[in-house]
Ligand binder design. Structure first.
Ligand code: NDP
Length: 434
């Protein structure tokens, strides 16, 4: 901690992994001898740069850009870009660290990275977002490439931003390559990439429920967020016969006891992706409850799928979920539960899928996009969806393999951490002290 002062979220993420790994490392001392923990928690490279751009009033604005190249032992750095005013080094390092384990779990050859900026795309015109993205890429393009580092989207970076970033990369480098994922389907993107994180999380939850001979059919589900991950989570839960009753954004949440059906979801998609409005408008349109500055975890549910941001469920909220009969929490977002909340899930032995396993579907399909780009062909929806389902199933199997305790309870935190660690650690040992 003294080497990385103030990086709270990064300390939180490393602490959780180290806690899971310690007994495993005692049994496998070669990882300790090779100082894998010390090496894996130190980024291979951190880039921090100025991003100047001109707003619609002609005024110069300055933001800060970052790329954390965390680990390349098993493939090129891979991980999203986040544009949000809360972005700082500690948050991006936590995300990059988690990404290393997540990418390893997907079984695909991808290292870990993450990046972004404190730029806030909200209330910005398309022209402003484009000029920001062009300035950001003007610096970033020196450091990335299809065999080096392949960024994708995250909070605040969707199809629009990836388009502007890709356009500028292509212009500066004069090459059309798979340097970013999440591209439009007509220009190198993979089908199912926008859906993949949400769908993947629902597939993972279904796999966990299967271990109890249960399923999502007929379940009441709470979802937080209303962005990319949340939207496709709702779509897949509906398809599997569950009922989603909440959505949120950073201003509050809506509770619709009748369920957010396909038609209402179309409204949300238009509201969030085209009008870029607030979720409060859903409550006005459908006459349901809106709770400003609150999170949806007090609403009674069987399954909770947090899909907004880090540390959005605290201990008190975790206890309320349990008291209300929630049997499964599966994380679409990265680290949405505080360490104290996770302890409560584990003490109560509910089905708990941590983000680095449960939300790996997004980066998995990004990996499939890289494969399709390298082969210069496009697979069908069915092919990609089948790959996604198989990968989520394999991740679940790996978690059970490494996380099952003697009483049969599966600790998916241990499972994901150990399962993700082994491949990267073995590669690091094989590649020597680098
Ligand atoms: P979006 O930007 O599309 O949506 C984010 C949603 O979360 C919005 O509804 C946003 O509300 C809300 N949100 C963001 N920050 C906060 C905050 N500080 N407090 C409360 N609400 C907040 O992002 P994504 O859906 O892509 O990402 C959601 C989560 O999923 C993140 O944790 C991300 O890291 C994770 N994830 C995403 C992947 C992907 O493929 N996109 C892959 C794996 C994980 P508002 O609009 O008001 O800010």
């Amino acid at each position: 901690k003294s080497r990385t002062p103030g990086e709270i979220e990064f300390h939180q993420a490393v602490h959780e992994v180290v806690e899971s790994l310690l007994p495993f490392l005692e049994e496998n001392p070669r990882y300790k001898t090779a100082k894998i923990l010390e090496r894996i928690s130190e980024p291979e490279r951190i880039l921090i740069f100025r991003v100047p751009w001109v707003d619609d009033k002609g005024e110069i604005q300055v933001n800060r850009g970052y790329r954390i190249e965390m680990n390349s032992a098993i493939g090129p750095y891979k991980g999203g870009l986040r544009f949000h005013p809360t972005v700082n080094l500690g948050i991006l390092k936590f995300l990059a660290f988690e990404q290393v384990f997540k990418n390893s779990l997907t079984t695909l050859p991808m290292g870990g990275g993450k990046g972004g900026s404190d730029f806030d795309p909200k209330q910005k015109s398309d022209g402003e977002v484009m000029r920001f993205c062009q300035s950001f890429m003007t610096e970033l393009c020196r450091h990335i490439g299809p065999n080096t580092d392949v960024p994708a989207g995250d909070i605040g970076v969707g199809g629009r931003e990836i388009g502007y970033l890709f356009g500028q990369y292509k212009r500066l480098r004069n090459e059309f390559t798979g340097v970013l994922t999440g591209k439009g389907a007509e220009w190198g993107g993979s089908v199912i990439r926008p859906e993949a994180t949400g769908y993947g999380n629902v597939y993972f939850a279904e796999e966990m429920l299967k271990t109890k001979n249960d399923s999502l059919k007929g379940k009441i589900v709470t979802v937080s967020g209303s962005g990319n991950v949340a939207q496709f989570t709702v779509e897949k839960v509906n398809e599997l016969g569950g009922k989603v009753v909440t959505l949120s954004d950073s201003s509050g949440f809506i509770h619709d006891p009748d369920g957010i059906d396909g038609e209402k979801l179309t409204f949300v998609m238009r509201l969030k992706n085209i009008k870029r409005g607030r979720i409060e408008e859903y409550a006005k349109k459908y006459g349901v409850g809106y709770y400003p500055n609150k999170r949806p975890w007090t609403v009674k549910c069987d399954v909770a799928l947090p899909s907004a941001t880090q540390n959005e469920i605290n201990a008190e909220e975790a206890q309320i979920l349990i008291d209300n009969g929630c049997i499964c929490v599966s994380e679409g977002a990265n680290m949405p539960s505080t360490p104290e909340a996770v302890d409560i899930y584990l003490e109560n032995e509910i089905l708990y899928g941590p983000g680095k396993a449960a939300n790996a579907g997004g980066v998995a399909v990004s990996g499939l996009e890289m494969s399709q780009n390298a082969m210069r062909l496009s697979w069908t929806r069915e092919e990609v969806d089948n790959h996604l389902k198989r990968i989520m199933k394999d991740i679940h199997t790996a978690c059970v393999k490494y996380g099952k305790s003697s009483n049969g309870f599966v600790n998916y935190v241990n499972g994901a951490n150990i399962g993700g660690f082994v491949k990267v650690a073995n590669a690091m040992i094989a590649q020597g002290v680098v």
